[in-house]
Design a binder for this molecule. Sequence first.
Ligand code: 5AD
Ligand code: SF4
Length: 476
Amino acid sequence: MAVVPQMQHSIESSISNIDVYEGDTETIIKHGENISVCAKFHIEIYGCQMNVYDAQRIAELLQFCGFEKAKCHEDADILIFYTCNIREKAAARLFSNINIFKNQKTKVVAVGGCVVQAEKENMFRHKAINIVFGPQVYHKLPEYIMDVINGKRDRIMDVGMPQMEKFKAIPVKQNVSYSEFVTIQEGCNNFCTYCIVPYTRGPECSRPAIDILHETKHLVENGAQEITLLGQNVNSYHGEAAYLGIGGKKTWDITRLLYEVAKILGIRRLRYVTSHPKDFNKELMTAHREIDVLVPFVHIPLQSGSNKILRLMNRGHTVEEYLDKLAMFRDIAPNIQFSSDFIVGFPQETDEDLQATIDAARMADYSFSYAFKYSPRKKTPASRMQDQIPEEEKEVRLAKLYAVLQESQLKYNQSIVGTIQETLFEKEGRRENQYVGKNVYLQSIVVEADESPIGKFMNVKITKATQNSVFGEIIQ
Ligand code: 5AD
Ligand code: SF4
């Protein structure tokens, strides 16, 4: 067991003591070299699927380098917090969680992810934090942890943005699950006026197609049956082509990538998330009809049903254009279903604007949707707009929209009663012998079974529907 010196931080230890790396691309970790410890780590994850993916990669890398996964946070020498700040007061919540999780055993506290990229050295306001690392440099974490453990440095910050470097620096995944994510692009150039992502994840950047094909093949060969291609804006994927083929295009778009990934033998379900409505074209819609394993389900966030608000949000389309796209999609791929995100209480939103959102949500007829209260983010143009809506009013509007979204969800759930749904089982349910899985539309389906179906596809006859779940019986 390595000797891990107890770090004594004081509130006075000033920010000038921090080793700052702003884009040092030279220091790539040489895996396994000089690292032979069995310190235990625990990762707390906040936020989106991209963060789950990043955190899984960090865990794999640390294990590869000789660190051990702690059974629980109480047992960890190294606490890692992987953060999100798309909404709410993320830094405050993080600081209070560090206080809750930290104990006598904790030797290193590392904080990564989007909050860090936005707050940078301000993170060291919390005296327990040793390492602050941005989402583009998590591959350097083992090296930084070792520096802290060996007492070389006690405060390290790296918020460099060497996009894509981390993908090359991390070994292939060992613990493969039946459902896996593969990041295909990161960052965003859309600059919706409410959104922090372009500032925290950087400009849009696509992984070369060959890397995506290799990673997916490895996952599928090792047991993954469902693959979700991930990105902040997957529809604008334009990665280096794996091979030129007819037409000799040097880059592939999302549609081409989907056709090629779908050829990997053994994939049962292929998904992608998340998309911007302006980037849906006819070819991509047709892919949903032609590719068997590509699910007939797409998350296409509308955000608001008012053209005035869409303009203020810089979304680049009108509500009419959006609804036309959904109609065209339904024409091309008749079994398609959609989900959406909405933001209520955006600056200058009136009751009429909210009503327009409610009307649009009804017309779009989603199988489910998410709705959020607008949350001003530092640096974003919307946070500086006039006529910010009071918090209590946002609550009222959220409840109004939510009621309508729930109606749609119940309608969809009821519509599948009596049908047979292919379900991939994921976890145990609340009751004994109960198991929960998802159909192609990401709807939760609950069954009772004597033998666990987790990790398997089963045909389920749907018998009952409620607001949030549907229930059925396995028929195979
Ligand atoms: N406030 C509220 N919701 C937001 N989202 C993104 N930024 C904000 C914000 N500042 C929502 C959008 C997006 C989803 C991932 O999070 O609806 O689609
Ligand atoms: Fe944010 Fe999505 Fe808009 Fe990009 S497209 S700025 S990630 S909301």
